[in-house]
Design a protein around this ligand. Structure first.
Ligand code: NOJ
Length: 543
């Protein structure tokens, strides 16, 4: 496998709306990001993925784009964007843009043209179908945000297709003009000097609507190979696809180098384990053994001929310490344990803003405090179908995307230093205890743990390229593994429970005079036949 710069990169994801507001309109912006580049550099990351900052009516907070070559006014201007690229470049930080091309906003000129008449040249940029004879939708496909995926257009008397909100019509990727327009737009961004693309729900663009196929459609990989060839293929960029339906086999199709598609994918198999039958509004407890099996499978199967990305959370998911750790008594210990567990795996790690200080889920009391369109839609759909308010509020507390979207905590001043205006969404009330200022002042903070993990990744090729072997495979509370490359052998152990545990250690792992690379209680310098682990204890040692 040819070595690439993004193999040992660490990416930080910014949700710009909630990061830092420099002009006090209550919404984070590009100048806010620029002012924190030194903070991010100090953390050690070398890539920033920005959730969408393009012009948008913000029906889905920017994942509904009305102009791909303009910046939303609440985020700043194209000059600010150029300055962000320049300032990031000075610090050797690359900027990865969010490429949302499964759909546009209904305010994009393509859609405005498309819906203006049936014979408009842009009509086929989107997916239009006749009603059934009884006037109902062409079929019963559902939107990922709840309800039918078809919306009736009174003016032209046809339905258009939208897998997300009705204000996010799906582009028709069978139309080569759509492909050409998207490629040209991508090249325009590449020429501006960006470091890559995160491709939003890219597994949906090969869809075959009339056969009811949406994810992993038959034309998907051909479309990606063409995109690669016409845009980033001969540039040294990081490209990561959001691919909910990927299995390891499919992930290799996307990311094997000789296939010329993408650098890597985000797969979600470990995430959906706590969703009953894939339904996030019916959360179930984590089964650690299953979780380990899934993560192990991905480590082993993508060892060659593909590349993993590593993440516990993002702007669509709950906060990791609330989901997989203990956000109360053991918040710091469990946040460090989860970080160690992820950052010693093979793949490119992603840190979501606030993760590095152990931000937690929020539990707003009232539905109105939630701003996310998905949360609002599903509350309505499910309660209308008979689910109780209590059930939905519990599920929202657990899995609403707004858990990740409450403003970043910079300090303990008003609005956590996020904005002097009224924030677009309320803050998590725990910001006086959990904030960047506190983290930077405390040498034992989660922040410095992340900083250490990033340094270790740069210093130990075994973390980036080594083999992966699970240890204590049948244990239901401990995730442990070995990473090995040439002479180097690293042993990582993580207690995922709030119990103290005693383990019988196989002889091969019993060693004296160990070098401890990282720990969240005391450093471990010897392992004998029994190993005592404190709640959420984790460490990595060189065997
Ligand atoms: C996935 C994005 O991560 C999510 O935030 C968005 O709502 C959908 N794609 C639609 O673009």
């Amino acid at each position: 496998m040819e070595q690439k710069w993004w193999h040992d990169a660490v990416v930080y994801q910014i949700y710009p709306r909630s990061f830092l507001d420099s002009d006090n309109d209550g919404i984070g912006d590009l100048n806010g990001i620029i002012s924190k580049l030194d903070y991010l550099k100090n953390l050690g990351i070398n890539v920033l993925w920005l959730s969408p900052v393009y012009q948008s009516p913000m029906d889905d907070n920017g994942y509904d784009i009305s102009d791909y070559q303009a910046i939303a006014k609440e985020f700043g201007s194209m000059e600010d964007m150029q300055r962000l690229l320049d300032e990031a470049n000075k610090r050797d930080i690359k900027i990865v843009m969010d490429l949302v091309v499964n759909h546009t906003s209904d305010e994009h000129t393509w859609f405005e043209q498309s819906r203006s008449s049936r014979d408009n040249p842009y009509r086929d940029y989107y997916i239009w179908r006749d009603a059934k004879p009884d006037g109902s939708a062409p079929d019963d496909q559902e939107s990922i945000f709840g309800g039918s995926a078809w919306h009736w257009d009174e003016h032209t008397q046809q339905y258009f297709f939208h897998l997300f909100s009705k204000r996010q019509p799906d582009l028709n990727w069978e139309n080569t003009k759509v492909q050409d327009e998207v490629h040209a737009m991508m090249n325009w961004w590449i020429d501006l000097g960006i470091g890559g693309f995160r491709l939003d729900v890219i597994d949906l663009i090969g869809k075959e609507i009339d056969k009811g196929i949406t994810g992993n459609g038959p034309r998907l990989h051909k479309l990606l190979q063409e995109m690669n060839q016409k845009t980033f293929g001969d540039k040294d960029l990081l490209t990561v696809g959001e691919t909910w339906g990927a299995t390891p086999e499919i992930a290799k199709l996307y990311s094997a180098q000789d296939r010329n598609e993408l650098s890597m994918v985000f797969q979600f198999e470990h995430i959906t384990l706590t969703w009953e039958n894939g339904d996030k509004w019916n959360p179930i407890p984590l089964d650690l053994k299953e979780f380990k099996q899934v993560l192990t499978k991905w480590q082993v199967e993508l060892a060659d001929g593909g590349w993993n990305s590593l993440f516990w959370n993002n702007h669509d998911l709950p906060r990791l310490v609330s989901k997989y750790g203990n956000d109360k008594e053991y918040r710091v210990e469990s946040a460090k344990m989860l970080a160690t567990c992820l950052h010693f795996l093979k793949g490119t790690p992603y840190i979501f803003q606030g993760e590095e200080i152990g931000m937690t889920n929020v539990a707003f009391e009232n539905l109105e405090q939630y701003k996310d369109i998905e949360t609002q839609n599903f509350y309505k759909v499910r309660t209308e179908a008979g689910v109780t308010h209590e059930h939905m509020m519990d599920a929202i507390h657990e899995n609403s995307r707004d858990n990740a979207r409450t403003p970043m905590h910079w300090d303990n001043s008003e609005n956590a230093g996020f904005s002097k205006g009224t924030p677009w969404i309320e803050l998590n009330p725990n910001f006086p205890e959990i904030n960047v200022e506190e983290a930077l002042a405390n040498p034992n903070s989660i922040y410095y743990h992340y900083q250490d993990l990033i340094k270790l990744r740069k210093a130990h090729p075994a973390i980036v390229h080594g083999s992966f072997t699970p240890v204590f495979e049948d244990h239901d509370k401990v995730f442990a593994y070995v990473r090995e490359l040439n002479e180097e052998k690293l042993f990582v152990i993580c207690n995922f429970s709030d119990e103290a545990l005693t383990l019988d250690v196989p002889t091969e792992y019993q060693k004296q005079d160990l070098t401890c690379l990282i720990n969240n209680y005391q450093a471990v310098t010897a392992i004998s036949e029994t190993l005592n682990l404190k709640p959420y204890e984790s460490f990595a040692v060189k065997l």
